[in-house]
Design a binder for this molecule. Structure first.
Ligand SMILES: [Zn+2]
Ligand SMILES: [Zn+2]
Ligand SMILES: [Zn+2]
Length: 401
């Protein structure tokens, strides 16, 4: 019976997502970004900024992995301090004999003229910085000509011994603990992406459907999901969500899963033409703005699935339909109750010209006006001021309410 089931989305997944708004936000965030990668800083640790505002996101993401909606893969591995867990860890090279970290890399040089071998520091004159053979006292001229570099060693400045294999250990900058590689905690760092099922859950609209239905019902619309509307051709057209106002105006919503936005639009517009729904919202997985350029009809609105205030946008469109109704009630109270079809369509046509479909900014403004009404203030001056400010309206403000 449920639409999600017919899309191959398991029932338990659907129920879980209906219950958990954080899970829905995580899925939409990953969908938007493709892959959520860790941001690694020695002092800041391992962070996932897109998730940081979502409470308990780590446990929720574990749940989404179990539900096979999210995939995690190893993006890196990091050395953690076994004592405090910090990743602010440096490598140290120690003298294998006295364990001092105060060792210095140096070259081993052979003076080919006399055969003497020693470290570079023994050849270097402390006053002039020139290379001079400690045995025969002749200056060294050119590598390959009168001397050769035969290797690299570490010279301990503490015990003066040399080694070509220093000990490698780690030092925690957070708690000053020094540890070797056998005692290190070497943990994977993950990045997150959606599984094909996760992709499907997002693009099918399953994450938004419940919120949208509830919002429309709250406004007093009668909602079916999916809903059928008979076209003038006699064909029954199915929409993902179909909402009717008390006076029978129709708001239809479809979630388009096509990757190609123009295909998504052109295959759906005939439904709107045939049924004559008052508002038809097509929700695309991405590129809604570009796709909206393809639409010539004022009553067809293209929205982006990932926009943060999608439900508010749809509410604003529904409110605008209801607003027309209150106006019409006032008029028809004195007008004859029955209009001929011609009059009816003529009137709607005239109406449409006066009030075209709302642009994005207008819709934001509409929602703001509603808020102003609640405050009981409708002063024109305030409205003008608000209009000047509306471009600065943050998505967060909108969503947060
Ligand atoms: Zn530590
Ligand atoms: Zn020499
Ligand atoms: Zn030493």
């Amino acid at each position: 019976m449920s639409l999600s089931a017919s899309l191959g989305i398991p029932r338990e997944v659907e129920e879980e997502l209906t219950r958990d708004p954080i899970a829905r936000k995580i899925l939409i965030t990953i969908f938007k970004m493709g892959t959520v990668k860790p941001r690694i800083g020695l002092e800041t640790g391992i962070r996932y900024p897109p998730f940081e505002d979502l409470p308990n996101w780590r446990s929720v993401i574990e749940k989404l992995i179990k539900l096979k909606l999210v995939d995690r893969s190893v993006a890196d591995r990091l050395v953690h301090c076994p004592r405090c867990g910090s990743i602010h860890v440096s490598s140290r090279l120690l003298c294998p004999w006295c364990k001092s970290f105060n060792i210095e890399p140096t070259y081993i040089i052979q003076h080919t003229l006399c055969g003497y071998i020693d470290t570079e520091s023994k050849f270097r004159d402390p006053n002039t910085g020139q290379l001079i053979c400690p045995k025969c006292k002749r200056p060294l001229r050119k590598e390959g000509l009168d001397y050769v570099v035969i290797g690299k060693v570490f010279e301990c400045l503490n015990c003066k011994r040399k080694s070509n294999k220093p000990m490698i250990v780690f030092y925690c900058r957070n708690c000053s603990h020094q540890f070797d590689y056998l005692n290190t905690v070497y943990e994977p760092v993950y990045e997150y992406s959606l599984t094909p099922l996760g992709q499907k859950v997002v693009t099918s609209g399953a994450l938004h459907k419940q919120d949208i239905i509830e919002a429309l019902e709250e406004l007093g619309l009668q909602v079916e999901a999916p809903g059928k509307e008979k076209g003038r051709s006699g064909i029954d057209h199915t929409f993902d969500i179909l909402a009717r106002t008390p006076q029978g105006r129709v708001l239809a919503i479809d979630f388009a899963e096509e990757k190609d936005p123009s295909l998504a639009i052109t295959s759906r517009v005939p439904k709107a033409l045939d049924t004559g729904v008052d508002r038809y919202i097509i929700i695309l997985p991405s590129n809604a703005f570009e796709a909206s350029m393809l639409v010539q009809m004022k009553n067809v609105i293209v929205l982006d699935l990932t926009e943060p205030y999608l439900v508010e946008r749809i509410k604003a469109i529904a409110k605008e339909l209801l607003k027309k109704e209150t106006k019409e009630v006032e008029v028809t109270a004195e007008a004859p109750p029955e209009l001929s079809e011609e009059q009816f369509f003529g009137e709607i046509g005239a109406f449409e010209e006066k009030e075209p479909a709302l642009s994005e900014n207008e819709m934001l403004l509409l929602a703001e006006e509603e808020e102003e009404k609640k405050e009981g203030e409708e002063g024109e001056r305030k409205k003008e001021k608000k209009e000047g400010e509306k471009k600065e309206l943050l998505a967060d403000e909108f969503f947060g309410g």
